[in-house]
Design a protein around this ligand. Structure first.
Ligand code: UD1
Length: 417
């Protein structure tokens, strides 16, 4: 298992290009199950979750070719309609195969993902959406088995704007008969990107990225080419790392429109932000001011940046509240930050963060992707040496983070044990 060794206390400086979005690339790669024709997806980040998605698609009968960040997904024969548990247990987003396979073949069997470090994460909203389109569901040895002679376009209102459920239903609805209208849909930029790809495949998806998504069915989807949007979570993590170290940097290829809530908070905390087409500049000249956040579905403050924000606030003048409303158990990083000298008290979904003038390096452990990234942010700012264990969590969502941070002057290296 790999660890990071970080010698902190150096302001990050320079220019870095951000990667393609993991959370956009996953559903887009999975949407290729809607056709037998070749699809080319560009700007795909080289990450563990993406490699897991390749294995998932291969296990279902696709062939994958890739060259750098360009991926081609090709047909190999008839597709399977059963997703392997071995893969689903590693990556919950695997349940997104349900929509395209159910829509295309009228049957699919997916293992119900168990809970994970940050919460129970049920898939009831996905299932009730499929049922609203006319599918039946029963459970068999831990799998959800969905069937429908032909899905029928309907009005579906989600009880919560789940990102995955919105994506699953959009993909299924392209092949249903008639029109589907998904209301209380998730509005994340990754959903807009999936909608754009489905339209390139010959679908007709209107309003993806807003609260109401209309999908005209009865389509036969073709192959398509698409470049994935930049990763707003990676961008946000890097912005917060630069700010926490009192540095100044330019993130090229970044999209400020996707990060409005975060940039507003970062400005309120004293960060200087300048953005234009395809770049965001950030600098932080002094200790940040304490600014509270509450995570919400997009366009609210993203839950995926709650942990890195908390790391920045550990160094703020004053204290603030961090409120997590999307996942029920997303404070695993807090205890590790306390080991580095942070003042954090967690009560249920609310954390009170009392800023300190500095943090100090310590051995700590990552337990989820974004919580792990938050430890990197804290370690870069801390005095002394930090060892972060279980870096495989971070590798799921950040492409060679240590190599990229070194380009900004960070002292970080990976050690294999
Ligand atoms: C996606 C992102 C993840 C991000 C999350 C919220 C991907 C691959 N992952 O995850 O990085 O943190 O959005 O922005 O895009 N829920 C239910 N029942 C359901 C579905 C969800 O109760 O059927 C709950 C979840 O337990 C969670 C909340 O709704 O508490 C949000 O989940 P959801 O929006 O579905 O997140 P994911 O698509 O899993």
């Amino acid at each position: 298992m790999d660890s990071f060794i970080i010698e902190g206390g150096r302001p990050l400086k320079g220019t870095l290009r951000v990667s393609g979005s993991k959370n956009a690339a996953l559903p887009i790669l999975i949407a290729t199950l809607l056709t037998d024709e070749a699809c080319e997806i560009d700007n795909v980040p080289n990450l563990r979750d993406i490699r897991t998605t390749f294995r998932l698609l291969e296990s279902l009968g696709k062939r994958i070719e890739y060259d750098g960040d360009a991926v081609r997904v090709l047909a190999r024969g008839r597709l399977e309609t059963r997703a392997p548990y071995e893969i689903v247990k590693q990556m919950r987003a695997s349940v997104l195969v349900a929509g395209p396979l159910l829509g295309r073949f009228g049957t699919v069997r997916v293992p119900i993902p168990g809970g994970c470090a940050i919460g129970m994460r049920p898939i009831d909203i996905h299932i009730s959406g499929f049922k609203a389109l006319g599918a039946t569901e029963h459970e068999e040895t831990g799998d959800a088995v969905l069937k429908a002679a032909r899905l029928k376009g309907r009005r579906v209102r989600l009880r919560f704007p789940s990102v995955g459920a919105t994506e699953n239903l959009m993909m299924a609805a392209c092949l249903a008969s008639g029109t589907t209208v998904i209301s209380n849909a998730a509005q994340e930029p990754e959903i807009e990107d999936l909608g754009a790809f489905l339209n390139k495949m010959g679908g007709e998806v209107i309003g993806a990225g807003t609260g109401v998504v209309t999908v005209k069915g009865d389509r036969r989807l073709r192959g398509g080419q698409h470049a994935v949007i930049p990763d707003r979570v990676e961008t946000g993590t890097l912005l917060l790392a630069v700010a926490a170290t009192g540095g100044s940097a330019r993130l090229e290829g970044a999209c400020a429109d996707h990060l409005k809530a975060v940039l507003d908070k970062l400005s309120a905390a004293g960060g200087r932000i300048r953005s234009g087409y395809g770049f965001i500049d950030v600098s932080m000249a002094s200790r940040p001011k304490a600014v509270g956040i509450k995570t919400l579905p997009h366009p609210g403050f993203p839950t995926d940046l709650q942990a890195p924000w908390m790391s920045l606030m550990c160094l703020a003048r004053g204290s603030c509240l961090v409120v997590e409303t999307v996942f029920e158990n997303r404070y695993l990083h807090a205890g590790e930050l306390v080991r580095m000298g942070a003042g954090i008290q967690v009560r249920g979904s609310v954390a009170r963060v009392s800023g300190r003038p500095s943090l100090s390096g310590a051995p700590v452990m990552a337990s989820d992707i974004r919580g792990g990234a938050a430890l990197v942010v804290a370690a870069l700012a801390a005095h002394g040496k930090t060892k972060i264990q279980r870096v495989y969590h971070i590798d799921r969502g950040y492409e060679r983070l240590e190599v990229r941070l070194r380009r900004l002057g960070a002292r970080i290296r990976r050690v294999r044990e």
